[in-house]
Ligand binder design. Structure first.
Ligand code: GDP
Length: 346
């Protein structure tokens, strides 16, 4: 009996695998054009797949999606755990769907595989927004490297846009270089902060203020309002010390309460104003062109690295070389040279 069960389980999994492989790009693309959420989810799963069998179908789908003319706003949101990112995104997203917009929420969380359980994904998040028919929420793709995770999120953006989502929110927890990666894929970069006791600028990651198009002090409610106002002043002063941005935008500082939905409408108005100005000046187009160039180079790097480590000959030789380096019988540089030499023979 149990053998029979095992056999039928094996058969079911075999059928599933075949189904997984036989994904029809035509069907997925039809679903995307028909703006179906389930097909959008399936399309992103295809793009996220590490199975090389899926790569070609994924690329074809992305190309078709790119051929559709879309006009969306891409917003990056970062902040330390507990600052209120998910609460903010939920309130902000609900406000946007009320305005008739379709909102997609994606994430870049490189800890999702390193820590078994991501910082962003391990709690029940954005429940109200996830039930909204005009919102789509997708947790961070899992991946070995930030480069891989970011690449998949970028491709997911294209698919969401093709499915008719007009505001794409990309959340990141700010581990390692993830903010830089997200900054490189969005039109507007928003940094969420908490008000402290006058030491706002301490502990802020270097470089983050330079990237910010807006700093928003969250939890400006109850007893916190005065402190939040002080934080707004301090950040405004600090941001003025930076040289002006190439696009002429002076980063804005604002306060809000994601829980009470106060100050949130103003944040959207600010972003809307920014987008209008950047479109008019042609900077938005230029920015996206620059980003595409950057992603072209990133894709090459990622692909080279992935292909390298997935190659069977390299895998075997790598084990040998790691062993030799550990024993001290070769240097890491000589070992690397040996391995790289192999790529020329492959
Ligand atoms: P995340 O880790 O950055 O996603 O933060 P969460 O959205 O999970 O929020 C962390 C905690 O802060 C939760 O207990 C929220 O209820 C609370 N929180 C979030 N936004 C606000 C706010 O505007 N005001 C107050 N008082 N609490 C908030």
């Amino acid at each position: 009996m149990s053998t029979k069960n095992n056999r039928s389980e094996a058969r079911i999994s075999e059928i599933r695998n075949i189904r997984k492989i036989e994904i029809s790009v035509d069907d997925l693309f039809d679903g995307i054009k028909a703006r179906q959420k389930t097909e959008l989810g399936r399309a992103i799963t295809l793009v996220e797949s590490n199975n090389t069998v899926h790569h070609e179908a994924a690329q074809e789908l992305i190309e078709r999606c790119l051929s559709l003319q879309t006009s969306s706003v891409r917003i990056g949101i970062t902040g330390v755990p507990g600052v209120g990112k998910s609460t903010f995104i939920e309130t902000f997203g609900k406000n946007l769907t009320k305005l008739g917009k379709k909102v997609a929420v994606l994430a870049v969380d490189p800890t999702s595989t390193q820590n078994k359980g991501s910082i962003l994904g391990d709690k029940t998040r954005m429940q109200k927004l996830s039930q909204d028919p005009n919102a789509f929420i997708r947790p961070s793709p899992a991946g070995e490297s930030l480069g891989g995770v970011a690449q998949k999120t970028r491709e997911a953006i294209v698919i969401c846009e093709a499915t008719g989502y007009d505001v794409i929110l990309i959340e990141t927890v700010g581990v390692g270089q993830s903010e830089v990666a997200v900054h490189g894929m969005v039109d507007f970069f928003l940094v969420l902060k908490l008000s402290g006791a006058g030491d706002e600028l301490q502990g802020i990651k270097r470089g983050i203020l330079e990237m910010a198009d807006a700093v928003v002090i969250n939890k400006a409610d109850g007893d916190n309002i005065t402190k939040a106002d002080l934080a707004v002043k301090e950040f405004t002063r600090a941001l003025h010390l930076y040289p002006p941005k190439k696009n002429g935008w002076v980063p804005k500082v604002a306060a809000c309460s994601a829980i009470e939905n106060s100050g949130i409408e103003e944040i959207w108005n600010m972003i809307d104003d920014y987008i209008a100005k950047q479109k008019e000046s042609g900077f938005l187009k230029e920015l996206r062109q620059e980003q595409n160039k950057y992603w072209l180079l990133q894709t090459i790097e990622n692909r080279l690295v992935t292909d390298f480590y997935q190659n069977d000959k390299i895998k075997k030789e790598l084990k040998k070389q790691i062993n030799a380096v550990t024993k001290g019988s070769t240097s890491p540089f000589r070992a690397a040279n040996e391995l790289l030499r192999l790529t020329k023979k492959i």
